[in-house]
Design a protein around this ligand. Structure first.
Ligand code: ZN
Length: 465
């Protein structure tokens, strides 16, 4: 299990060993969420719900099936998804007059209904979100959480009176994203996608990318401003204060179970998962160190410790199975539990609890009295250190590029004039995918790597996952 040597192989093995998913379901790319993996996903969903609810979004749940007639209404949209959708052609023994598709995303499911919900400017902004499964027929090799055909998905959909208000929503989405990523300890980039790579039907798309240890980029989500591109075909109009009818401006924000994949990929090491405390099913594992003559006393003290920590709201596992401590250490390291506590007779007599951090391997001891704040402090420190370490690795993974002749196996930063011709040429020559330019201003003075024109903002490109 060498992460540095063969990242791809390492990833598959870790996912398997930590039992995050079961890939034996008889449809390729449709995996079973195991209890451990699903708990992690649920914590992430909980943060998503918290953030959306706090910003005035309402959770909804739309049907999975979309009639072909609705799906076809926005032309770019259908072109973008045509090759990826699953079709339902029969109901019972009858062939359907209008085929139905499994949502690849929910614009065309929601917007006919939004057209009924939105009547007046007083109905706006309409801010909704849902957490559902979506379906995309991936033809590339599938990979747990990263490229699957049934996808656990978050999508927010909003309607606004005008372009500016929709723009404010985009900015709010960035704040929501930042708050969620803090829990996951993941660094990311906000890159405005090229015209030929934006979401089908969008006015513009901002991709949320994180960098993987092998120099590739992984798109974790995206935020789109639609202007009136969907409200026109779906007739989402409202009456303004003067009684005039206007089209709504819309936005969406989507993320998926790739967040779990990114947590595995970015934080994991040769021993297994390393989970951020905020999303770890267990934040603390207690291992009793038993010896002849003290079994009962140690077991009892470990129970007390568990109760005290649990009562304080911490998620704690007491591993009182019959295995040897060494193999318990190993098992919980694979599963990424952030903090291990050990207690034997000597610790009990000395009023101490031994600890080991999963992220750094650092060991030491805590005072048994007043244990709760000390454990909390350790967990906070682990979160902060994981964030800092991942950010440093992400910054290290980027290399400035000034010639097409020496392209490194990394994420590259370079000058691009913005012309599609130069962009396409760059992608052809390097085999890299253009990710776009930073949404937020980044100091840069350079020249287009293809035509030499001076440019004032950088562009990023990478091999994509
Ligand atoms: Zn150029």
């Amino acid at each position: 299990m060498r992460k540095q040597e063969d990242f791809s192989e390492w990833y598959n093995e870790i996912v398997e060993l930590a039992n995050l998913t079961d890939k034996r379901y008889p449809i390729k790319g449709m995996n079973v969420w195991t209890p451990y993996g699903w708990k992690i996903m649920r914590f992430i969903d909980t943060y998503i719900r918290e953030e959306c609810d706090a910003t005035g979004h309402d959770e909804v749940c739309f049907p999975l099936l979309i009639p072909e007639t609705e799906f076809k209404k926005e032309k770019d949209h259908i072109k973008g998804f045509d090759a990826e959708v699953y079709w339902v052609t029969h109901a019972g023994l009858n062939e359907l007059d209008v085929r139905l598709l499994l949502r690849p995303t929910s614009e065309t499911a929601m917007y006919p209904i939004f057209a009924l919900w939105v009547r007046s400017h007083t109905d706006l902004p309409l801010k909704t979100y849902q957490l559902v499964n979506t379906f995309r027929y991936e033809t590339k090799q599938t990979r747990a959480f990263i490229r699957v055909r049934e996808i656990h998905f978050f999508e927010s959909h909003t309607c606004h009176v005008d372009e500016e208000d929709a723009q404010r929503q985009v900015e709010e989405d960035f704040v929501i994203l930042e708050n969620i990523m803090k829990h996951l300890c993941l660094p990311y980039f906000l890159l405005r996608r090229t015209e030929w790579d934006k979401f089908p039907g969008a006015y513009y798309t901002v991709g949320v990318d994180t960098l993987l240890p092998d120099g590739r980029s992984l798109q974790l989500g995206s935020i789109h401003h639609y202007r009136e591109n969907f409200s026109r075909p779906f007739n989402i109009t409202y009456e303004d204060e003067k009684g005039e009818h206007k089209f709504a401006h819309q936005t969406t924000f989507g993320m998926s179970e790739r967040l779990v994949g990114a947590v595995v990929a970015v934080h994991g090491d040769d021993k297994g998962l390393v989970l951020p405390p905020d999303i770890s099913p267990f934040q603390v594992v207690i291992i009793p160190i038993l010896a002849k003559g003290n079994v009962e006393k140690v077991a009892e003290e470990c129970q007390k410790l568990r109760q005290e920590l649990t009562a304080a709201g911490l998620r704690v596992k007491l591993d009182d199975s019959d295995e040897r401590p060494g193999s318990k250490f190993h098992n919980w390291e694979i599963r990424g539990v952030p903090l291990r506590l050990e207690m034997g007779m000597r610790d009990i007599e000395g009023g101490k609890v031994a600890y080991a951090r999963r992220d750094t391997g650092a060991k030491g001891s805590l005072d048994r009295s007043n244990i709760v704040p000390q454990v909390r402090e350790k967990l906070d420190q682990i979160s902060a250190d994981m964030r800092a370490k991942a950010l440093a690795a992400s910054n290290d993974a980027i290399q400035d590029l000034d010639s097409l002749d020496k392209v490194p196996e990394k994420v590259v930063r370079f000058g691009w004039c913005g012309e599609e011709e130069c962009g396409r040429k760059f992608e052809e020559r390097t085999g890299l995918k253009m990710l776009g330019s930073p949404y937020n201003k980044e100091e840069y003075h350079g020249r287009c790597i293809v035509c030499g024109k001076p440019v004032e903002k950088p562009t990023y490109a990478a091999r994509s996952m």
